[in-house]
Every structure is written in structure tokens, then in C-alpha cells.
Design a protein around this ligand. Structure first.
Ligand SMILES: N[C@@H](CCC(=O)N[C@@H](CS)C(=O)NCC(=O)O)C(=O)O
Length: 234
């Protein structure tokens, strides 16, 4: 059994969609980020970075004591390794999966995350910062577009954790203010993942938060912004 510590955000979905796609048994412990529960001492023992997601595997690979894992990319790699799924087994396919996973961890995630901060949450509107993060996110979308024009999935002909990781972020491109117009391969790939039952189930964990991917109402924007501002350390 695995315990998942999470909240309804792109990094949280990366873990819950992976668990659902793998059909692994897990229990969910929702973390209340509005109350900064992720910074409480008990949770820092599981995730020293004080962020979600994290998992504890009570039946870890190789046996032994409970294993705590933080960083969404590390969680995904661990789960793929545990099951031998969502990761091509040949060395080149495995390497491509890791490359596109790192592309998300080092590029898409941080750039879209900062686009959200400056476009949505930061009290002052600094247009140069908004432009910088939105433009860089769009450039990264174009890199994905180019890859998907030659390959069905990011790692090759198999759906993998690299697709899940990038999709969980790119699907909220509207919230980040980054358009996907003119990127037909990316849009087709997004729709294909969206149709997967495991992906849909994972998006409902710990609770559905459709405001990030649909046209949010003014109240929803206000509520999400207020909660996010409590976490901003400037
Ligand atoms: N690199 C980390 C980033 C995790 C992260 O930034 N999580 C956000 C939610 S998407 C969070 O926990 N924020 C709470 C905070 O900043 O205190 C990962 O991929 O797991």
C-alpha cells in the first residue's frame, strides 16, 4: 500500500494520474495548502522541501522499512520502476522518457509555475516578468510540438510517465495565460491523454479542481489567488 500526500495542483496530479494509470492501491492524505500544512514538522519528515506531492511506500521495492519519496519526477520514476510500466524497457526508450521528464521538471513546470505567480498571484503586475515566463512557456510548448510532429508519444511509440508529467502542466495553459493555438500535434496529444480513464481519475484526487483548466468564474479566481498568495514567499 502507498500513501499519497497531495493537493489538487499539476504536481499533485502527476503522482495521482501515475498511480491511477498503474492501478496501484493507494490511500490519499489531502494536504491543506491554504493553511500551509505542507510546512508542518510532521510533513517535513516525509518531504523536506515542504511541498506536495510526496508518497510513502509501505511495501517498498526490495522490501524493508517504509520509504518516503518527494519530488514528483522522482515519485513517477519510482512507480514506473516498481511496476515495470509507463517506461519503455529498452535503454534508448528509457533514456528518452527520462529526458522528457527532466524537460518538464526543469522547464515546463518552473516556467509555467512562475507564469502563474506573475500573471495570477503576485500583488503587483510586472509586465516584463509576465511576458518572460509566458513567452518561455510558449517556446517550450513549441519544442513539444516539434517532438510530437515526429512521434506519437514523447518517448517514442509508448505512452509513458514523460507524457503524464508534461500533460499535467500543459493542460492548465489557460490559467497560465499561454496559448496553444497553432500547435496541432500538441493539442491532439492533449486530447488523447484527456480521454484516458486513468488520467481522468487522477485529476479527481484529492478533489476535482476544474477551475484551473476551464474558464474560471471571478469568485474562483479570487479564492485560488488568495490561497496561493498565502504561500508566496517574496
Ligand atoms: N519540484 C517539486 C515542486 C513541488 C511544488 O512546487 N508543489 C507546489 C504545488 S504544485 C507546492 O507544494 N506548493 C506549496 C508551497 O509553495 O508552499 C515537485 O515536482 O514535486
Amino acid at each position: 500500500m502507498i500513501t499519497l500526500y497531495t493537493s489538487p495542483t499539476p504536481n499533485g496530479w502527476k503522482a495521482s494520474v501515475t498511480l491511477e494509470e498503474l492501478e496501484l492501491p493507494y490511500e490519499t492524505r489531502s494536504i491543506n495548502m491554504g493553511e500551509n500544512e505542507q510546512k508542518e514538522d510532521w510533513y517535513l519528515k516525509i518531504c523536506p522541501n515542504g511541498r506536495i506531492p510526496a508518497i510513502v511506500d509501505h511495501d517498498p521495492i526490495g522490501g524493508g522499512e517504509d520509504l518516503a519519496i518527494f519530488e514528483s519526477g522522482a515519485i513517477m520514476l519510482y512507480l514506473a520502476e516498481k511496476t515495470g510500466k509507463l517506461m519503455p524497457q529498452d535503454p534508448a526508450g528509457r533514456s528518452r522518457t527520462i529526458q522528457w521528464l527532466m524537460f518538464q521538471m526543469g522547464g515546463i513546470g518552473p516556467m509555467m509555475g512562475q507564469a502563474n505567480v506573475f500573471y495570477r498571484y503576485f500583488p503587483e503586475k510586472i509586465q516584463a516578468a509576465i511576458d518572460r515566463y509566458q513567452n518561455e512557456s510558449r517556446r517550450l510548448f513549441e519544442v513539444i510540438e516539434s517532438r510530437l510532429s515526429e512521434s506519437e508519444w514523447l518517448a517514442g511509440n509508448e505512452y509513458s510517465i514523460a507524457d503524464i508529467a508534461n500533460w499535467c502542466w500543459i493542460r492548465i495553459h489557460g490559467w497560465s495565460g499561454v496559448p496553444t493555438e497553432g500547435l496541432p500535434h500538441l493539442e491532439k496529444w492533449m486530447a488523447a491523454i484527456n480521454d484516458r480513464p486513468g488520467a481522468q481519475k487522477g485529476l479527481g484526487v484529492p478533489i476535482p479542481l476544474r477551475a484551473l483548466d476551464e474558464e474560471p468564474s471571478e469568485e474562483q479566481v479570487k479564492a485560488i489567488t488568495e490561497s496561493a498568495r498565502k504561500m508566496l514567499q517574496t
